[in-house]
Design a protein around this ligand. Structure first.
Ligand code: 0A1
Ligand code: ZN
Length: 856
């Protein structure tokens, strides 16, 4: 079947036709929306090819070329295309289609989120609205008229500026919008509904007054304030950092409850998962606040990196995503603690992206082969893509990078371009040779650095040797060395004073010599995590302890502690009775005493994630790893009990803190609680915090501690929580998540009961993820249980989702396709489920691509 054949980057060809304008009219109806599209089409170059428009799940009502109505004999219609074998070079094409938003549970194209109509067109959703050249390098000026009943849909929104409104008969009204910026179809959006509206305005550095509008479900107005403040911060930051100002007179954000992803950057009309808009201190955690600020900024930054300059084809997705993630990370670092924000990025890479890069769906940040584009909105394209941009920033310096950005916009504003175009602009503007660096776009698999050191007291010379090992790929040979920036710091063993330096590793192995050291210095490697690599370097416990306290680079201080903890987790996995050294207590006691930022101390005390350690151990027994984590946690909790208790109460009593300080203090308090809760007699502490919590961060910390340790108060706390938050969907998502992560042998009966809960709906992606996603990621002990019941549970839910929402199904299958990470028993149990899924009739393209990659 043609829709199931892969596409290759190497086959890219410019479009045979262009569309310069499209005039759309939507007559909205739950089950039969009529879409009329009038397009100016022009042949591009001299050829005789037919016009082939993309279209899926559409009912074609009519096709007109200029004034001539076509009959079914004049075109070919298939499940995926409308082919018009015309010889005309330039014409007006009018197409009328009918679509069914109500039944659109895939949430691509036009769908219903509760009572509102809403669209999602990236990557290839526009073809579910009308027949079109649905590819990012076809850019048109859109005019959109929306017609609907006025009482149910008082707000009718689309991209650009409002140009006309009016009343029609039958209680209907219309609004017409015009977006002056030519754009690809994936940036088209339409929303219709009844909302509360938060309004504000912003005057840009160019003097443009921009109306800022956030639309939320009725009753949620006060929960949009943080999003609005974040938007204004993002607008100011982009002006200050990159001299980029907003370009329309209105910027709208709509929060919806049904959404597959985080948010979407449609020109002038962002559509957001309500999770990334709504917050107040009672119902949202500090992490929610951080994420809202980051996602609001991410979508706003796309206006330049994505919309003004877009992607030539979908293989170039990282052109906009890697760059925009880098920009939002920098913004978050500036708005919060830079080091803590960086640590969070690295945790995501190590615990999830590395596994993706080691699994069957591994791909370069610029993929070369794609079957279903929605499968490539990945941690690799986004997060590793951002690391690649960060390395350019490191190599060029902030000023060089800013010059590169300026040249990029000077050359490509209004165009659809490639990753190479971006790197060339960076190279040309800064006079840096980035030709070798470009290989990062073609390689997959996490590069390995091997590090050796030597010290000669005679000559006072210290030598550092670094080699690189990379995996071969389609267009990348293992011998093709990468250009890797390695930030180091050499700490004088006597004085504790450090010297920083940037090394550029370009060959298979290089040695650097440093003179004038009386004693062997301690090296802090990969400052600020200067490259997305794994490092094999056997530093002693003592060296790591020096780094934990003395490295100037905050990331390195944190990383040394994580390495130490990983080392002992590995030992415990191999030998469950291994007795842990007292030195661990001594060093973490010093960490607790150090006068650091509490948010940073909390990070230092957080154990490496399950996924991160699993990725480091060949064919790990997952339950042995869970037990190792538990043992290490008990050991530290028991050894540090007094200090943790004092620190906990100290944080709890603090008053008069700034918002930032309060967030840090809560983080530290709650990590202390998570340790103390594993000790006997901890119930009262958890119950007390649950009962007295003044915000959602503290409430959830208590509930999580109760769930993790299966404490006696858990069920009554969950009931109290449910009664209080029954009507607040985003908070009930948290409730389902905690229910699914309970450490209790009857978890499977509980999961079945949660699936039947009146508030559970598998059709809502947030809700599906809050239960199924939480179980597979936050409950490794039972997900990986020996009976295979966890895998069976997941496979059953994927089977249901395959027909309802293939994108959600495809994301949830991740741990199963990464089966090679685990021991042979688990591998077999996972394979059994993968094979059963592969045999399903009506398998979606999304799942099929992943299953074939995993099983072949
Ligand atoms: N461009 C959006 C992400 C996004 C991608 C696909 C979607 O639907 C299939 C929705 C959103 C972003 O980077 O925020
Ligand atoms: Zn994005």
């Amino acid at each position: 079947m043609s829709e199931f054949t892969p596409r290759y980057l190497a086959d890219y060809q410019v479009s045979a036709f262009t569309i310069s304008t499209i005039d759309l009219t939507f007559e909205l109806d739950d089950t039969a929306t009529k879409v009329t599209s009038v397009m100016s089409v022009k042949r591009q170059g001299s050829h005789k090819q037919a016009l082939v428009l993309d279209g899926e799940h559409l009912t074609l009502l009519s096709v007109k070329m200029d004034e001539c109505l076509l009959s079914a004999d004049d075109y070919f219609l298939s499940d995926t295309a409308l082919e018009i074998p015309t010889q005309a070079d330039e014409f007006l094409l009018t197409i009328v289609t009918e679509i069914n938003p109500q039944d659109n549970t895939a949430l691509e194209g036009l769908f219903k989120s509760g009572d509102a109509f809403c669209t999602q067109c990236e990557a290839e959703g526009f073809r579910r609205i009308t027949y079109y050249l649905d590819r990012p390098d076809v850019m048109a000026v859109f005019t959109t008229k929306v017609v609907a009943a006025k009482d149910k849909y008082p707000y009718l929104l689309s991209n650009g500026n409002k140009i006309a409104t009016g009343e029609l008969g039958d209680g209907k009204h219309f609004v017409q919008w015009h977006d002056p910026f030519p754009k690809p179809s994936y940036l088209f959006a339409l929303v219709a509904g009844d909302f509360d509206l938060l309004q504000d305005s912003y005057v840009t550095s160019e003097g443009r007054e921009v109306a800022l509008e956030i639309f939320v479900d009725k009753g949620n107005l006060s929960k949009a304030e943080h999003a609005m403040a974040s938007l204004k911060h993002a607008m100011a930051w982009d002006e200050e950092t990159f001299s980029l100002a907003y370009d329309l007179d209105i910027y709208m954000i709509v929060a919806v409850d049904f959404f597959n992803m985080g948010a979407m950057e449609n020109k002038g009309l962002n559509v957001f998962n309500s999770k990334y808009v709504l917050a107040d201190t009672e119902s949202a955690t500090d992490i929610d606040y951080f994420n809202i600020e980051a996602v609001i900024a991410h979508e706003y930054f796309h206006n330049w990196t994505g919309n003004r300059v877009t992607c030539r084809d979908w293989f170039q997705l990282s052109l906009k995503e890697g760059l925009t993630v880098f920009r939002d990370q920098e913004f978050s670092g500036d708005m919060n603690s830079k080091t803590v924000a960086r640590i969070q990025n690295v945790r995501v890479l190590r615990s999830q992206q590395f596994a993706e890069d080691a699994g069957p769906m591994a791909h370069p940040i610029r993929p070369e082969k794609v079957m279903e584009m929605n499968n490539f909105y990945t941690l690799t394209v986004y997060e590793k893509g951002a690391e690649v941009i960060r390395m350019i920033h490191t190599l060029l310096g902030g000023e060089g990078f800013a010059k590169g950005m300026a040249l990029y916009f000077e050359r490509f504003d209004g165009m659809a371009v490639t990753c190479d175009d971006f790197v060339n602009a960076m190279a040309d503007a800064s006079g840096t040779d980035l030709s070798q660096f470009k290989r990062w776009y073609s390689q997959s698999g996490t590069p390995h650095l091997k590090v050796r050191e030597a010290f000669d007291p005679e000559t006072s010379q210290y030598q550092l040797t670094i080699s690189q090992q990379n995996q071969a790929g389609e267009t990348f040979a293992a011998e093709d060395c990468l250009h890797i920036p390695v930030k180091i710091e050499l700490i004088d063993a006597d004085s504790g004073i450090g010297q920083g330096q940037l090394l550029e590793l370009t060959g298979p192995e290089q040695t650097w010599t440093f003179a004038h050291y009386q004693a062997k210095p301690v090296v802090a490697l990969l400052g600020d995590f200067s490259a997305p690599v794994k490092v094999d370097f056997e530093q002693t416990d003592l060296a790591l302890e020096v780094l934990m306290l003395a490295a100037r680079d905050g990331f390195c201080r944190w990383d040394a502690g994580q390495k130490l903890l990983c080392r002992y987790l590995h030992k415990l996995v191999a030998e469950p009775d291994y007795s842990l050294p007292e030195s661990l207590i001594t060093i973490f006691s010093k960490i607790l005493q150090a006068d650091s930022d509490p948010a940073f101390t909390a990070e230092q005390l957080t154990l490496p994630a399950f996924g991160e350690v699993a990725d480091q151990i060949h064919q790990v027994d997952p339950v042995a790893l869970v037990n190792a984590q538990k043992k290490l946690k008990h050991f530290l909790a028991a050894g540090l009990q007094q200090q943790l208790t004092a620190c906990y109460h100290n944080c709890r009593q603090k008053t008069g803190l700034s918002q930032q300080q309060a967030i840090g203090s809560r983080a530290l308090k709650n990590i202390c609680l998570s340790y103390l809760a594993v000790l006997p007699g901890a119930e009262s502490l958890v119950t007390d915090q649950f009962g007295n919590a003044a915000n959602m961060t503290d409430t959830l910390a208590a509930l999580n501690a109760a769930a993790f340790n299966n404490l006696a108060g858990f069920d009554s706390q969950m009931s109290a929580f449910e009664s209080k938050w029954h009507d607040t969907p985003l908070v009930m998502d948290k409730w389902f998540t905690i229910g699914a992560s309970l450490n209790s042998a009857d978890i499977f009966e509980r999961l079945e009961a949660l699936l039947k809960h009146p508030l559970f709906s598998i059709k809502n992606p947030n809700r599906a993820r809050s239960l199924i996603g939480a179980f597979i990621s936050a409950n490794p002990k039972y997900f990986h249980c020996q009976t295979g019941r966890g895998y069976r549970f997941l496979a059953e839910q994927i089977k249901r989702l395959n027909e309802i929402n293939p994108q959600v199904a495809s994301r949830l299958i991740t741990p199963l396709i990464q089966y090679k990470e685990y021991d042979l028993t688990r591998q077999e149990l996972m394979l059994e489920q993968l094979k059963a899924l592969r045999a399903l009739p009506q398998l979606s393209r999304d799942l099929l691509e992943k299953l074939d990659a995993a099983l072949n």
